[in-house]
Design a protein around this ligand. Structure first.
Ligand SMILES: Cc1cc2nc3c(=O)[nH]c(=O)nc-3n(C[C@H](O)[C@H](O)[C@H](O)COP(=O)(O)OP(=O)(O)OC[C@H]3O[C@@H](n4cnc5c(N)ncnc54)[C@H](O)[C@@H]3O)c2cc1C
Length: 378
């Protein structure tokens, strides 16, 4: 029997916890490192809920990855017995003639995604908590679901540990360097570990650990705002998650406790984060103006005064596609970064793909379009 490959996973958040699970399930000797502990809320995860939807960014390249993720979400749930996703459906609303809505409709039809188109009257009858302006349409993505981020990260990391992985909590990795005789050296304040391969999944800290990435990852500050409904039946009709493009680019999720609705805004509203260790977690009153506007216009049955506000970080790339694959020129270092506000749903698929790259050097899954090499480079 050959010796199992020794693989380090640096950053055990969204992508790292799933990578540890998939590597451990395939018999690798896995060592995880996190500057905090799985399930914390200081990076890109946290805030109780994330949207899963089958049609992602309107980009058909994601559909096979979403199907893989869908299967693996079910598997993680089965293996751990933890309720990680609720099939709530996801309502996508926007101008009927907008290119993004047309693309969503055509790719949903072409790929036979389970969906339903609702006009203003349908929406008013079935989901009266939402207002649809004239000329707008709604698509109900029936594969849509609400994922619990903290529970998912803890479930995946915990399952990996059950399968034999080791996890160094509160251990910051200072350097990841190719070793002279092959493999990779992982440097922490406690010393240097030598491994056969490393997967770097440090999320918003990517520019601190790997400052010379071939593509820019712009780290931004995101606000989540929780609001109590003023009508008793707000959660009726299965309470789907929702995404809107116009007149306000925003999204929302009913909270799992049935008390409030979490709202978030689009990228254009997020401030840059120069240093992820010094994230400004204070929300100023003027930062709430847009939330008030969109509530007044689109969801007047929510109380505009938030009951809770939280601040997170996420890395954005120029074209919205993450970096997934080997670092150019480094056969033993895999990177996954820059998920641009929509990576959570994909995370188990990303874990499986990272395990392929780390153990076999290649993957059969169609991720060439996410290769870390600079766009346009050969
Ligand atoms: C407010 C908000 C809402 C979102 N909504 C959705 C949604 O509805 N649907 C969806 O699919 N996606 C959504 N996303 C995007 C999704 O959450 C992210 O794409 C995903 O969490 C990114 O995961 P990550 O592993 O890259 O980062 P993280 O989950 O932040 O993990 C990075 C980990 O690395 C650790 N780390 C960092 N540096 C080091 C180091 N040097 N040594 C050791 N450990 C280190 C950190 O402690 C952290 O645990 C949202 C993001 C935000 C912020």
């Amino acid at each position: 029997m050959s010796t199992p490959k020794r693989v380090a996973v640096i950053g055990v958040g969204t992508m790292g916890s799933q990578t540890m699970w998939r590597l451990a399930a395939r018999g690798a000797e896995v060592i995880g490192y996190d500057r905090y502990a799985p399930g914390h809320d200081r990076g890109a995860a946290g805030g109780e809920t994330r949207i899963f939807r089958a049609a992602h960014l309107g980009e058909p390249g994601y559909i096979p990855l979403l199907r893989l993720a869908d299967r693996l979400w079910d598997r993680l749930q089965r293996e751990t017995g933890c309720p990680l996703r609720r099939r709530s459906g996801c309502l996508v609303m926007g101008e009927a003639t907008a290119p993004s809505m047309r693309l969503l409709l055509s790719s949903s039809a072409t790929h036979r995604l389970d969906h339903e188109v609702l006009d203003r009257e349908d929406l008013a009858r079935r989901y009266p908590q939402h207002r649809l302006p004239e000329g707008h349409t709604a698509v109900l993505d029936r594969m849509g679901a609400i994922i619990r981020p903290e529970a998912s990260i803890q479930a995946a990391a915990g399952r990996a540990e059950q399968l034999g992985a080791r996890l160094h909590r509160y251990t910051t990795v200072r350097d990841v360097a190719p070793a002279a005789g092959g493999g990779v050296d992982i440097v922490t304040d406690h010393g240097t570990d030598h491994v056969d391969a490393a997967v770097v999944t440090v999320g918003p800290w990517i520019n601190t650990l790997l400052p010379d990435l071939p593509r820019t990852v712009d780290v931004r500050r995101l606000i989540s705002s929780w609001h109590i409904p003023t009508r008793h039946d707000w959660f009726a009709g299965g309470a789907p998650a929702f995404v809107r493009s116009t007149p306000h680019d925003c999204y929302g999720l009913p909270s799992p406790d049935g008390i409030s609705v979490k709202l978030g805004l689009s990228l254009a509203r997020y401030l840059p984060v120069p240093d992820p260790e010094r994230l400004d977690r204070t929300v100023r009153p003027e930062e709430l103006d847009l939330f008030r506007e969109l509530i007044a216009e689109l969801m007047p049955d929510l109380n505009p005064d938030p009951i809770r506000l939280s601040v997170y970080m996420e890395g954005y790339t120029e074209n919205g596609n993450p970096l997934v694959g080997h670092l150019p020129g480094e056969d033993d270092i895999v990177v996954m970064a820059g998920f641009s506000g929509s990576g959570f749903k994909l995370s188990p698929a990303m874990g499986e793909i990272a395990a392929d790259f780390a153990l076999d050097g290649v993957t059969e899954h169609p991720v060439d379009f996410l290769a870390p090499a600079a766009v346009g480079a050969v």
